[in-house]
Design a binder for this molecule. Structure first.
Ligand code: C2E
Ligand code: MG
Ligand code: MG
Length: 703
């Protein structure tokens, strides 16, 4: 007897006679199903276990109900063919697994052992065999196979360890992530992944928590085989924790996810929120935070803290004339130069626009801060290279110290700002805060607020000052000058409020009003028969660089009906210094309209004489500073004489402003400058008074 025949042989024993004889009880009570069938698939005999497996109440019901095994039992009828084929070939079939349908239609897995039974003449009589329901095992195998696939294919690294934290298995993702092969780490302590990074204490704690609660998860640092550290999200799970400890021998599964990318993204987001995208410097928010912290530290250590507030002189002009790309590049280069001026512990930030701030913790006194300002100024002395274009840009710096000048971050910053404003107004490279500036700031802020209302409330008006030919005593033109009648203050001088309006961005609207009003007034006089040959209007730098200037001038002329040649625009040399080519272009547009342009305050700026002849300008207006001390000041006299000569050579007309005495007038006329403007002839006067001057010019002083 073949010892491997197992339960399938039960029937063989039983077939000693026609029935099962002594084996009947074995047949009836077996846990395996036992059967005998015809080769074409009908049951001859079946035991209760088989009926149970297939969902029948008893063998009789099974035998009566299941008459076509191929189609009635097997999910795939081909299985029956396979089964018969094996029996035909080998006479036995072992552990034949197939899916079958029970009586209720449920699909289960069975495993069969069977053999073919022949009569003595060798004719096939029947099949007999045993059946086991192996559904549970099949499902377990399936989920194991699934688990194995997951284990090998997930992106997370998986490490299985024993209770001693020795590595039992790792998956492919682990090998990829860490650079270790399974062979290298199997049997070694799992700690090797992280012990260098976070220390044994922390690792012990993780495993203790996992052992006690079943799970630990969190983020930590681990390392790769080449020692490169990386941040990882960990989930450590205790499996088979069973206290019985049978097959649960205290294994742990460690899941590792490389979160370098995530960390980097988080860092990037944090960086963008706290830094300026253009210069990559800390932004205002971050600077204020750092300043607050620095103040707390300075308070503790008793040291001084300095804030340098700086901006780029004429940045707006540069931006307007060269375009934003150049402006942006300039700011980037400024940021780089500033960084080179300070120590690593100092902080540089960009507050917005062209405004930068430097925090110097622990300076001794003003002189240390001034030394730093000196370095910054030195850094600005070199031209900036804008893709081949050499651009000079200056800076103005304001300095404020903690605790000397302020006791909080906001006030310290605003006082450094006030000092910068002071420096700028005074034409100084830098200045240190003092309390007088605070008063000026308050004054400026209140002026700014009042200015915003002034236009709407009709508080501006124009006055007119004649330009006179001193030899003939005739009025050759007039300059329109703005006056602000403040509701509570006395009249505010344009010298005071125009810079405030420029800084507050209000100058454009004011200039527009002046241009329109001056043209309207002159046209009105003309209608009254009072002919003023020329009217001069001052342009602010913002107006000069405004791309709409040409259209605005055109509109003012059209609205008033004045001939273009009557209008003269006064600009200053400094407006053209930043970008000579652009300035020439703007001037060209104006002169093609037919209006004239004069260079105001001439001699105080730094026009290159070489460029001067390129400017389509008709008049040089000699600054009052050279006139005031005439005729006593020989140097001023010489300058005036040479300006007049230069103007003559280059084809400009000249006019002198601020003429207050007959001596001054005589000196100028004698040098060839008969056209003048100044208190000697008339102060700036309102429109009605000026109409009187126009009507009776005989009243004017004549040389
Ligand atoms: P500016 O264009 O050089 O104007 C001449 C200034 O000298 C005027 O001062 C005028 O009143 C003053 N002045 C005239 N003759 C004499 C004199 O004999 N002696 C003295 N000491 N001063 C004399 P004002 O009106 O206070 O204007 C100051 C500056 O404000 C002007 O200088 C100009 O740059 C600006 N400004 C005035 N009106 C306007 C305006 O409507 N728009 C713009 N953008 N700027 C203006
Ligand atoms: Mg002027
Ligand atoms: Mg002037």
């Amino acid at each position: 007897m073949d010892s491997k025949f197992m339960s399938g042989d039960v029937l063989a024993f039983a077939r000693g006679g026609d029935d099962l004889g002594g084996y009947r009880s074995l047949f009836e009570n077996a846990v395996e199903g036992i059967y005998r069938t015809t080769p074409d698939g009908r049951y001859l005999d079946a035991n209760p276990a088989l009926a149970r497996i297939y969902g029948y109440n008893d063998p009789a019901e099974l035998i009566a109900g299941l008459t076509d095994i191929a189609r009635g039992l097997y999910v795939d009828p081909a299985d029956r063919e396979r089964f018969r084929g094996i029996l035909a070939r080998d006479s036995v079939v072992r552990n034949f697994e197939a899916r079958v349908r029970t009586r209720s239609g449920q699909v289960i897995w069975i495993a069969e052992n069977a053999r073919a039974v022949y009569d003595p003449r060798g004719k096939l009589v029947c099949y007999e065999g045993t059946v086991q329901d192996v559904t549970a095992r099949k499902q377990a195998e399936e989920s194991l196979r699934l688990a194995a696939t997951v284990f090998e294919t997930v992106g997370e690294a998986i490490v299985v360890t024993d209770r001693e934290r020795r590595i039992l298995a790792v998956n492919a993702a682990f090998e990829r992530m860490t650079g270790w092969s399974a062979a290298e780490v199997t049997g070694r302590p799992c700690d090797l992944l992280a012990v260098e990074m976070i220390g044994l204490r922390e690792i012990d704690e993780m495993w203790r928590l996992a052992a006690n609660t079943g799970q630990w998860s969190g983020e930590t640092w681990t390392r790769r085989k080449d020692s490169e550290p990386f941040p990882a999200a960990l989930a450590l799970t205790a499996v088979d924790q069973g206290a019985t400890g049978q097959d649960g021998d205290g294994r742990f599964v460690l899941l590792l996810r490389d979160i370098t990318r995530k960390r980097r993204d988080e860092q990037r987001i944090r960086f963008h929120a706290s830094h300026d995208a253009l210069t990559r410097l800390p932004n205002r928010h971050t600077v204020m935070e750092a300043l607050g912290e620095a103040i707390v530290r300075a308070e503790q250590t008793g040291e001084r803290l300095a804030v340098l507030y700086l901006d780029v002189n004429r940045f707006k002009d540069i931006n307007d004339s060269y375009g934003h790309a150049v402006g942006d590049e300039l700011l980037r280069q400024v940021a780089r130069r500033l960084k080179a001026c300070v120590r690593a512990s100092d902080i540089i930030g960009r507050l917005g626009g062209d405004e930068f701030v430097m925090l110097l913790p622990s300076v001794g006194d003003h002189s240390a801060a001034q030394a730093c300002a000196g370095k910054v100024l030195y850094a600005f002395a070199e031209p900036f290279d804008m893709d081949g274009l050499q651009l000079f840009a200056g800076t103005s710096i304001g300095i404020a110290l903690y605790p000397d000048d302020a006791d909080g971050a906001e006030s310290l910053l605003s006082r450094a700002d006030a000092a910068m404003y002071h420096a700028k107004r005074g034409g100084l490279p830098y200045s240190c805060f003092d309390m007088e500036m605070d008063r000026q700031v308050a004054e400026r802020v209140s002026l700014e607020n009042d200015l915003r209302l002034a236009l709407g409330e009709d508080q501006f008006r124009l006055v007119f000052q004649p330009k006179v030919d001193a030899l003939s005593g005739t009025i050759v033109g007039a300059e329109a000058l703005i006056r602000w009648r403040h509701p509570v203050r006395a009249d505010v001088s344009p010298g005071l409020f125009i810079p405030v309006a420029e800084r507050a961005g209000l100058i454009g609207a004011i200039d527009d009003w002046v241009l329109g009003e001056a043209c309207r007034q002159v046209a009105k006089w003309r209608r009254q028969g009072l002919i003023l040959p020329a009217i001069s209007v001052n342009l602010s730098p913002a107006q000069f660089h405004d791309g709409r200037l040409k259209d605005k001038v055109k509109a003012a002329l059209a609205e008033s009906g004045l001939p273009p040649a009557v209008l003269e625009l006064e600009i200053t040399e400094t407006m053209m210094a930043s970008d000579v080519d652009r300035a020439i272009e703007i001037l060209g547009q104006l002169t093609t309209l037919g209006v004239r342009v004069s260079l105001d305050d001439f001699g105080t700026g730094y026009s290159s004489l070489a460029y001067l002849k390129l400017f389509p300008v008709s008049t040089l207006k000699i600054d009052r500073a050279f006139v005031t001390e005439l005729p006593g000041n020989a140097k001023d006299g010489a300058i005036i004489a040479s300006i007049i000569a230069l103007a003559g050579n280059l084809g400009f007309t000249v006019i002198a402003e601020g003429v207050e005495t007959r001596e001054q007038a005589a000196f100028l006329a004698a040098r060839g400058c008969p056209v003048m403007q100044g208190f000697l002839f008339s102060r700036p006067v309102d429109a009605d008074t000026f109409a009187g001057l126009l009507a009776t010019p005989e009243g004017l002083i004549r040389l």
